[in-house]
Design a protein around this ligand. Structure first.
Ligand code: F6R
Length: 609
């Protein structure tokens, strides 16, 4: 999704902006641009395509010690040079970069056109540049505030104005903005990935805040319509491993993150298991035993793969804590005007903590008086700050667009939550201890599962030849199938569809043929025999089969490629079964010559509705 960078200080801004933009490339984008403030005014360059194309297009003298830059993911108008940010006002003295969507852009464009303004792009953002440019308020902050009072929608933005050369003004409503503090210099970004090379002392703006950023520091204000009230905020040190953001040699971010899963799982578990009482300690949840006992339902909210892991998590909670639980796509949730019940625990799950649909779902729950906790990876992110309590995943920075280690740690987070809820309610100490022991063994089993990486290459190459595939699983296995199909789609662009195995004969079997392989999840559990019967149905129609299973499962004479996954307790098996599906996707994409770290049309953090 769109990315913002900004710099003001003693160095040349241009190279720093381009470096920052390159560090946002993994988020997904289709054009890039930058503006610097030279003594004679703004210098601007923008191009459809990659940051490398922008680098080529830079004018000879792209110099200045303040500047802003942007990677655009097209929403209003196609990816063209004209639609790339920054956008300028009519005088060319104001430059704006913007993430988010201005909902009333059409009305504002009409109003500006009627006033004689010549609009030069199809974007919603351009109106912001003109509104700031037409304001006659005394300060740049007041001009930005006046412009923002006219717009409806979401934004993270940065404004550079040739008449106020000592500052960049940034603002946030629904789309992240981080200010990074340096030595006589300041950085601005929409994602810390763009700044960690320069500083790890940062301040995240809250929704409804605007900030003045000068070479010497920053000042934050709360924005109420067009009024600004000073609201002091201190920067804090980020606790991150900066090297996680460097592009790894050879294989790329997604491979590295898949291989990091044992360590990530270990971090999620660290200090949270109680062997003696067979439970978990999740102090951040802010739920006392009495409140826990009063919970009558659990509703998990997340998007995309986080939603699929949410389905896995809901099953775990229902199974271990015996509380009715389900998951719903956060992107749909608030549009059906949901009934929010006081005895339901809502759980928002998000890697980035910035997914706008999940954030708005959280706000819907809170607005109606519900209680919501978060399973979030990024510390200090919008969702983490909005919820009543939560569990940080500690997966470490996840850079690849296709989520892997964050999802694994979400599963572990749900297991911890289910354990804590269960042990306050009816889960026996014996079962609690059984799950604790299994969780302790999990990092080792994840490591063992990763040994499948090499053997799976050949299977993946066969799958890559198919245009269309099915992924099937039952009960605990169905969300795993959904996630497996999602991973394959994202990085190979093959059509992959997940079904509950039990639903095959209710329709999709019609499509099974030698050209349509099926990846089937067949764990050793109470449904194994039924699952094996379904495999025969697929095989009888000539459908090639890849069966992800356990060594003890007897598949009889079903013709298939068999993938044996190490066993844990049945409640944790789904986590181990997701790993071969990640490996199949990444091998297949690499075989097809695709860049798994930059899947087409996708963005790492979806901050627009
Ligand atoms: C899939 C993927 C997306 C995200 C979804 C939610 O690989 O990455 O489907 O899972 O956009 O993102 P977060 O977890 O950041 O809320």
């Amino acid at each position: 999704m769109c990315g913002i960078v900004g710099y003001i200080g003693t160095q040349q801004a241009g190279p720093l902006l381009l470096e920052g933009l390159a560090r946002l490339e993994h988020r997904g984008y289709d054009s890039a641009g930058a503006a610097v403030l030279a003594p004679s005014g703004l210098r601007v360059a923008k191009r459809a395509g990659r940051v490398a194309d922008l680098r080529e297009a830079l004018p000879g003298r792209f110099t200045g010690r303040a500047g802003i830059g942007h990677t655009r993911w097209a929403t209003h108008g196609p990816a063209t040079d004209a639609n790339a940010h920054p956008h300028l006002d009519a005088t060319g003295r104001v430059a704006v970069v913007h993430n988010g969507i201005i909902d009333n852009a059409a009305a504002l464009r009409a109003e500006l056109t009627a006033a004689g303004v010549d609009l030069r792009s199809d974007t919603d953002t351009e109106v912001l540049a003109h509104l700031v440019g037409r304001s006659t308020a005394e300060t740049l902050e007041a001009r930005v505030a006046e412009a923002l009072a006219r717009v409806e929608g979401t934004y993270g933005l940065a404004v550079l104005h040739a008449d106020f050369p000592d500052r960049i003004v940034v603002a946030r409503l629904g789309s992240p903005i981080v200010v990074g503090v340096g030595e006589k210099e300041m950085h601005v970004a929409s994602d810390i990935a763009a700044l960690v090379r320069y500083t790890t002392t940062v301040a995240h703006l809250d929704d409804g805040e605007i900030a003045t950023v000068t070479a010497g520091g920053f000042t934050t204000y709360r924005l109420d319509r067009a009024d600004l009230t000073h609201s002091p905020r201190a920067a804090a040190a980020l606790d991150v491993d900066v090297s996680s953001y460097d592009v790894p040699e050879g294989s790329g971010h997604m491979w590295r993150e898949i291989l990091e899963q044992p360590a990530a799982v270990e971090r999620t578990l660290r200090g949270r298991l109680d062997e003696r009482f067979g439970t978990a300690h999740l102090g951040g949840l802010n739920l006392d035993p009495r409140e826990t006992r009063a919970i009558r339902r659990v509703k998990v909210l997340g998007c995309g793969s986080a939603y699929y892991v949410g389905q896995m998590g809901a099953s775990l909670i229902e199974e271990l804590a015996r509380i009715p639980a389900d998951a719903e796509a956060a992107s749909e949730f608030r549009y059906r005007d949901p009934v929010i019940e006081p005895d339901t625990l809502y759980v928002a799950v998000s890697q980035s903590g910035e997914t706008i649909d999940t954030l708005l779902a959280v706000q819907e729950v809170r607005r109606k008086g519900g209680r919501v906790v978060g399973l979030v990876n990024v510390v200090g992110s919008a969702i983490a700050r909005e919820v009543d309590g939560g569990i940080y995943l500690h997966a470490g920075p996840e850079v690849a667009v296709a989520s892997t280690k964050a999802l694994t740690t979400m599963y572990v987070g749900f297991a911890l939550l289910a354990l804590q809820l269960g042990r306050v309610r009816d889960l026996s100490i014996a079962d609690g201890k059984r799950i604790v022991a299994a969780l302790q063994e999990l990092p080792g089993l994840v490591e063992e599962t990763l040994d499948l990486a090499e053997p799976l290459a050949e299977v993946a190459h066969e799958l890559a030849a198919a245009e269309s595939l099915f992924y099937i699983g039952r009960v605990r296995g169905y969300p795993v199938a959904r996630e497996g199909a999602q991973k394959l789609k994202e990085v190979t662009y093959r059509h992959a569809e997940a079904y509950p195995t039990s639903e095959l004969k209710h329709g999709p079997l019609a499509l099974v043929s030698p050209a349509v392989p099926t990846v089937a999840l067949v764990p050793l559990d109470e449904l194994t025999d039924r699952n094996v019967a379904a495999l025969h149905e697929v095989a009888a129609r000539g459908g090639p089969l890849v069966v992800v299973t356990h060594a003890d499962v007897d598949l009889g004479d079903v013709p298939c490629r068999r993938v044996d996954v190490p066993r844990s307790e049945r409640e944790l098996d789904p986590l181990l079964m997701t790993i071969p599906l990640q490996l199949l996707a990444v091998h297949a994409a690499t075989h097809l010559g695709l860049d798994v770290d930059k899947p087409r049309n996708l963005a790492k953090s979806v901050t627009v509705e």
